[in-house]
Design a protein around this ligand. Structure first.
Ligand code: ADP
Ligand code: MG
Ligand code: MG
Ligand code: MG
Length: 399
């Protein structure tokens, strides 16, 4: 059957027809999508409280509308990635229950008992298990889909499987290009515009370095990366972490996922400068955030190296000193991508509520300038940092 757009009633009918629920009696459905691209329905059996989530791609960009068409094949990518994640790291992703590539939909485990990490962090929520969980997700997905583990043939098949033309192009444009000139897609705080025009868009050295990061993103088919690993793609609770929304997945630079999540945490850190909140609470939350980032990254490196030592099948992995070089490059790229994400979220198309929630446009502007300045420092100095503590110290000194 060809594509048709789901609504609440059709979603219920579909799930009954495909055996996810026995009958429509007592089922309720609610559209809850707050993302940029897709429809998301929670369908629940009110009697048993069993529920699932049905996510369907729309043939256009949801936040923009029908004027920006987008092919619906991205759900095939998300389903393919979720299948791999369900195998590699089932504890940290939603369970994939059903897929329908013609209708461009997936049915998955309902995670609405958890809160989006982005919303929690705006309320200073702490997530004690997050570094442990997210580092395992990163180390396992990035190592076991790389050439260090897979055969040359398996790896190339994976590259072919994850051709994600349109969503990669979105990242190439929205993260690595448009923020560096006066592009139509940008979404600019009017109070920030003078700084962009007089200062930021004149930084030719920065654009040059970002172009190198963009080229890495376009050419370095290293590992299966999630591709959109911001705090709005993570559900978190006290003892649970679930990473979802993998439609941007493709074989790309491993550092992109690591840098993107760290960058989003730095955005939250910096956002507090524009908020009326008890300074002691801010201080406490900020030290929690930096500790989180340090632990996440330390655990990630440790687990990635453990995987390497235990399971690297590629004989080159044994070349003396090679792993250290590999990890050093990964770190440098992580800091670069982290900086690019901080910059993109200040005036690019999709922004973070952490910052847009600051209603006073002048205060928001001041936070945005800090983000731009720090993002730039990270990118420009990415080769000079020896470890993440040096990066978090820089952030601390400047905020
Ligand atoms: P988009 O690709 O449009 O960003 P997301 O996958 O991020 O879509 O989903 C949008 C929203 O739908 C999420 O922010 C979340 O609130 C809700 N959602 C998505 N997947 C689930 C799930 N498995 N369980 C509960 N809610 C979900
Ligand atoms: Mg999303
Ligand atoms: Mg979302
Ligand atoms: Mg998405």
């Amino acid at each position: 059957m060809g594509y048709y757009q789901m609504n609440e009633k059709l979603a219920i009918e579909y799930l009954v027809e495909h055996g996810v629920f026995d009958s429509a009696t007592g089922l309720t459905a609610k559209e809850v999508g707050d993302g940029n691209l897709n429809l998301v329905f929670i369908v629940k059996d009110e009697a048993t409280e069993n529920s699932v989530v049905l996510k369907q791609a729309l043939p256009y960009v949801r936040v923009v509308g029908e004027s920006w068409p987008l092919s619906i094949e991205r759900t095939i990518v998300e389903a393919n990635a979720l299948e791999i994640y369900n195998n590699l790291t089932p504890n940290y992703v939603p369970k994939l229950i059903h897929r329908n590539d013609q209708l461009s939909l997936i049915v998955m485990e309902d995670l609405s008992h958890l809160e989006l990490m982005r919303y929690g962090m705006i309320k200073m929520q702490k997530y004690p298990s997050f570094p442990e969980h997210a580092s395992t997700f990163l180390a396992d997905t990035l190592f076991y889909t790389s050439d260090m583990y897979l055969s040359s043939e398996e790896k190339k098949k994976l590259v072919a499987k994850f051709i994600n033309i349109e969503l990669c192009k979105i990242t190439e444009d929205l993260i690595f290009t448009d923020p560096y000139h006066d592009a139509d897609t940008n979404n600019i705080n009017p109070r920030l515009r003078p700084y962009l025009e007089e200062v930021f868009w004149k930084k030719t050295d920065l654009w040059r370095e970002v172009s190198k990061l963009k080229y890495k993103f376009m050419t370095e088919a290293q590992s299966l990366i999630h591709g959109d690993l911001h705090t709005g793609s993570i559900f978190a609770g006290e003892n649970e972490t679930k990473i979802f929304d993998a439609e941007f997945a493709f074989m790309g630079p491993a550092a992109f996922d690591v840098g993107k999540i760290i960058g989003n945490i730095f955005i939250n850190y910096i956002s507090w400068s524009g908020k009326d909140e008890d300074p002691e609470r801010i201080k406490d939350y900020r030290s929690y955030l930096l500790e989180t980032v340090i632990r996440l990254h330390r655990f990630f490196e440790r687990k990635f190296i453990e995987n390497w030592k235990k399971d690297a099948l590629n004989i080159s992995a044994r070349a003396e000193g090679y792993r250290d070089d590999f990890m050093n490059n990964l770190f440098t790229d992580t800091i670069g991508f982290c900086g690019a994400v901080m910059i993109r979220r200040t005036h690019g198309l999709a922004q973070n509520l952490d910052v847009t929630g600051i209603e006073d446009l002048q205060k928001r502007r001041d936070v945005q300038v800090k983000l731009l300045e720090l993002g730039e420092k990270l990118i420009m100095n990415r080769h000079s940092f020896n470890n993440l503590e040096e990066v978090t110290n820089l952030i601390k000194e400047n905020i």
